[in-house]
Every structure is written in structure tokens, then in C-alpha cells.
Design a protein around this ligand. Sequence first.
Ligand code: DX5
Ligand code: ZN
Length: 216
Amino acid sequence: MSHIIAPSVLSCDFANVQRDVEMINNSEADWFHIDVMDGVFVPNISFGFPVIKAIKRHAKKPLDVHLMIEDPDRYVEEFAQAGADILTVHYEACRHLHRTIQLIKDNGMQAGVALNPHTSVDLLENVIMDLDLVLIMSVNPGFGGQKFIENAELKVEETKHLIDHHGSHAKIEVDGGVNLDTGKRLLLAGADALVAGSFVFKSADPTKTISDLKNL
Ligand code: DX5
Ligand code: ZN
């Protein structure tokens, strides 16, 4: 199967969300990447349930929701109700990560764990069999349009090794600073899914840019 492209709605035009959702519907993109920020775990606030529900009403592809929030257990059920298909929490934001992963699955969603740039891949060893997705952050979370951190490529290789070693079915997604150059290298390193925000939405032709990423 070819790799997955998940445009990040964070970089869309919020005055024209429905137009941008339709653009993604009609493109070669596979998922909607939805970034939720609480102003505590990361130094930025994005959007919450009303916006996600509005996107869900129009989206014809799965919602890949990336929670950059402290103690996400409090809201797992509500994200399921809002329409999340994949729910990813940060390793650094969960005191009882195993419980959080089970809670996500009990609510009928696929479970992902994201790692900040400083967090080692081997910390996932004891949950890798429970995961549907590992999200490698290739920028410090909080903002679109940041510079790609090169070490992410090595972390993708390490994650691939961990997954293969244990026989896990988890996919590897990478988020931050993805363009055609970094995207190609990440795919060679073993990535299954690429998130792209500013590279898609700041381009002259977002539909074509998604196609270019899909055909890497
Ligand atoms: C960053 C978010 C990303 C962001 C990526 O905290 O998690 O999903 O939208 O944006 P780009 O692709 O512009 O780095
Ligand atoms: Zn994200």
C-alpha cells in the first residue's frame, strides 16, 4: 500500500474551513490531521469540539486527531463523539499511558502516541503492541511552519525497528516541517504517513502539492 498523506487543518484558512475541507475531500489526501492545543502542554491554543464537529460534518476521510493537551483522559469520550477516528496523545502528557491507550480503544477509535523531539523511541517498548500509530514529532509541537529537526529521520528508523522486532501493526506518522525533500527521506526511513501543514496550504496549488506528496 502506498503511504498516507494527512494535510494539517491548522494551516487552512479559518475563514474558509468548508472550502478547504472540500479541497482535501477532492484531493489524493488520505486523512484530515487535526491539531488540538490547550495552551498548557504547548504554548499555543488552536480549536476544540465545535470546530471538529463542523469539520466532521463535511469530511469524507478519517479524522486523525493529534492532542497536544495535558491529561487527555478527561476528554477521550468527547473526542469520540466529535468524530475522531484516530486519537493520538503525547507520551509526555500521560501519567498512565497504558490506561489512556485502552480508553481510546474502548471508545472505538484507533490509538496513537506522539513523541516530542527529545523523547526516546525505546520508551514505547512496553506499549508498542497496543498501538495503531506512533507519531514522531519533527518539530517542537505548538506551531505550523517550523524548521524540520533532522534527528527525526533516525527516530523513524528506530521506530520501524521496534515495530518489526515486536511484530506490531502500528503505523509510523511524522509531523512537522514536511516537504518533498524531508518527506522523501522520511519514507525511505520507514514512515507510513506524512502530515503537512504550511507546505500544502501556503503553496499556490494545494491539491497539486498533496498529489506531489502522495506520489513521492
Ligand atoms: C505542530 C502540529 C503540526 C503542524 C505541522 O505542532 O502538530 O501538525 O500543523 O505544520 P507544518 O507542516 O507547517 O510544520
Ligand atoms: Zn500535528
